[in-house]
Design a protein around this ligand. Structure first.
Ligand SMILES: CC(C)(COP(=O)(O)OP(=O)(O)OC[C@H]1O[C@@H](n2cnc3c(N)ncnc32)[C@H](O)[C@@H]1OP(=O)(O)O)[C@@H](O)C(=O)NCCC(=O)NCCS
Length: 234
């Protein structure tokens, strides 16, 4: 059986990154990315955006054994990023990746040859009151069966992150209604319909990944924490 390793990286951001360190790294952005970076009004959003680009470019260049400056991206019409074809060394399969960020955390999932989506959310944010509008009856029941508020929130965000990761693996994002499809109501993930899911809980964050299912492939998921300092200072 073919084994495919899906690599998931995350970075926990500090409350403050000194300006000189931050702006030194902006040079990794291309012209279009630079414009997006400048458009973000808050420093936190700028940092999350820049961290995502550094993380993705570093990890992809590592896969290709090349410099992170040689990695560039294009977007589909819904905003999903793909590696530019001419960055992929001859004879290597394409690398698919996806980014997600949420209040102080940035995540990136990478896989070779398999469409992938990732979503991270902070479990502490209480959005339980919008559940009726966005989830299916069985999903609402699953959340309401939680033992207490924390458990309910974990269940709420399990569904949210699984669904968003699937929409991102498809490259459609939330242009696809969350009520139009189901996900496994299970923290262990596994194969469901045409996707393989995996969920991790790290501190107050929940991270879910969806990868397109391919017959005869065993999916191995790895999760690695990277230090922001190493990312910004090397
Ligand atoms: C994808 C989407 C769900 C992400 O929402 P979010 O929860 O705010 O953000 P996350 O932190 O989880 O993910 C953001 C990352 O997802 C990626 N992304 C954006 N659109 C994507 C899509 N359609 N599919 C997969 N990934 C997408 C980007 O890399 C983005 O990070 P970046 O802006 O730093 O590059 C949302 O942006 C969306 O629904 N987009 C599609 C809507 C659409 O049709 N847009 C067209 C205009 S471009």
């Amino acid at each position: 059986m073919e084994v495919k390793t899906i690599k998931i990286y995350f970075v926990i951001l500090p409350k403050e990154i000194p300006k000189d360190i931050l702006y030194k790294k902006v040079s990794i952005l291309d012209i279009n990315e630079r414009k997006i970076f400048e458009r973000y009004r808050t420093k936190d959003k700028k940092i999350e955006f820049l961290t995502g680009r550094i993380l993705a470019k570093n990890m992809i260049s590592k896969e290709f054994n090349t410099s992170n400056r040689k990695i560039s991206f294009y977007k589909n019409s819904f905003g999903k990023l793909f590696v530019e074809r001419d960055c992929i060394p001859r004879g290597k399969p394409p690398i698919y990746f996806n980014l997600s960020h949420s209040n102080g955390i940035v995540t990136c999932a990478i896989s070779s040859n398999l469409h992938i989506g990732i979503d991270v959310e902070n479990i502490k944010q209480d959005y339980l009151d919008i559940m009726e509008q966005i989830y299916l009856p069985k999903e609402i029941e699953f959340v309401n069966n939680g033992m207490n508020k924390n458990d309910k929130l974990r269940r709420f965000y399990l569904i949210w992150t699984l669904k968003e990761s699937l929409t991102k693996a498809l490259g459609l994002g939330l242009s696809l209604s969350l009520k139009s499809f189901k996900v496994p109501l299970d923290f262990n993930g596994g194969k469901y319909m045409n996707f393989v899911f995996k969920t991790f809980i790290v501190n107050d964050y929940i991270i879910s990944v969806a990868v397109l299912y391919k017959k005869g492939v065993f999916y191995k998921f790895t999760l690695k924490k990277l230090s922001w300092k190493k990312l910004f200072c090397t």
